[in-house]
Design a protein around this ligand. Sequence first.
Ligand SMILES: [Zn+2]
Ligand SMILES: [Zn+2]
Length: 434
Amino acid sequence: MPVKFRAPRGTKDILPDDIAEWRLVEETFRQWCSRYGYREIRTPTFEDMGLFERTVGETSDIVQKQMFAVMPYGSRHPVGEEERWILRPEGTAPVARALLEHGLLQQSPLVKVFYIAPIFRYERPQAGRLRQHHQCGVEAIGSPSPLLDVEVISLGFDFLSSVGAGGFVINLNSIGCLNENCRPRYRQALISFLQSRERELCEDCQRRLYTNPLRVLDCKEEKCREIVKDAPISVDFLCGECGEHFDAVRKGLDGLGISYELNGRLVRGLDYYTRTVFEFVHPKLGAQSTILGGGRYDGLIEELGGNPTPGVGFGCGIERVLLVREANLQPKTTDATVDVFIAVAADIARDAALKLLYELRRAGIRADCDYLARSLKAQMRYADKLGARFVLILGDEELRENAVTVRDMQRSEQRKEPIDKVVESLSALVANNS
Ligand SMILES: [Zn+2]
Ligand SMILES: [Zn+2]
């Protein structure tokens, strides 16, 4: 019979067999964040739509085409609740919103946080691109220092290298600031250049040319890619301060021995970026090659109504990390599910088995029993499948003697023990075993 329901298009179930790998990636990320002094933050899955219009940008692809709206089913919002809610399409704006709302940026001049969260974007599902994917990311808010850009990049570098996702190339660029001698001047030069080739651009880019010309630089259409090869690049138009900042970022990375490639076409698809932008691209990923991306966003907090506060961060796609991880660094999947299995040899022993199971678990031992009325032989096979080191057998004889038969599956030997002593003796054995 065909199943009636499937996971929605562009989403994926993460099954018990996959979890070891997910946890390994998440725990490695947490570890690195903690070494770098970042603390975890969790924000709601949905936010006010205005938050993303204000920060990511009304002309960005995310806001124009990729947001999932959340609304009460079959009705309008109740009176007084006119917010338009959106499933989180990126990680930075919600974190910035939360830090502002709770005054954390006032309490401390530099706030460093990380998150691990699902991200929702309405896209045409394809390899490496889902409608719900997961990102781990960091935000460091409060300092304009280029050394903080270097820290964030090196954190991404350390995390990906140690989780088995090495082999990436770091692309680096600076898109300058809003000072009129800086990005606006570049923007003008870029528009002039693109206007001379306007007819050759794709339809999207003909529109972007006037709304968001920098986005033409990362258009995926072949004809646009060909044209922008000759386009002016932003680093040639940086104001003095942005130039110094970019030099310091590069010097910092050089000092740490982290290599990168300058990429004048790298702009990132979000409006809030200023100065440094970077992408870690991985050759194994094909067209969707970015595994981690981020940059500086010095105007973001002010855009949300806070005092001018500079910041820098990155987001990293966990599914993509899993796609490129080295096979030899896969977590062990042969791990036993339980330490102890209780096999019931007579129905009359079932109550005693349940009580024993309860006590084993409370003693910190991973334990399970049969719920399918299987034969003793089938229970033993099942215990073996679960990887149980010990099987406790409870039958008529054991009940009469207030005892339990303890079978050591590794050594294939068994003995009887008083039932009220077995939790204690197994605790010691299981502790030694693990
Ligand atoms: Zn500048
Ligand atoms: Zn285009």
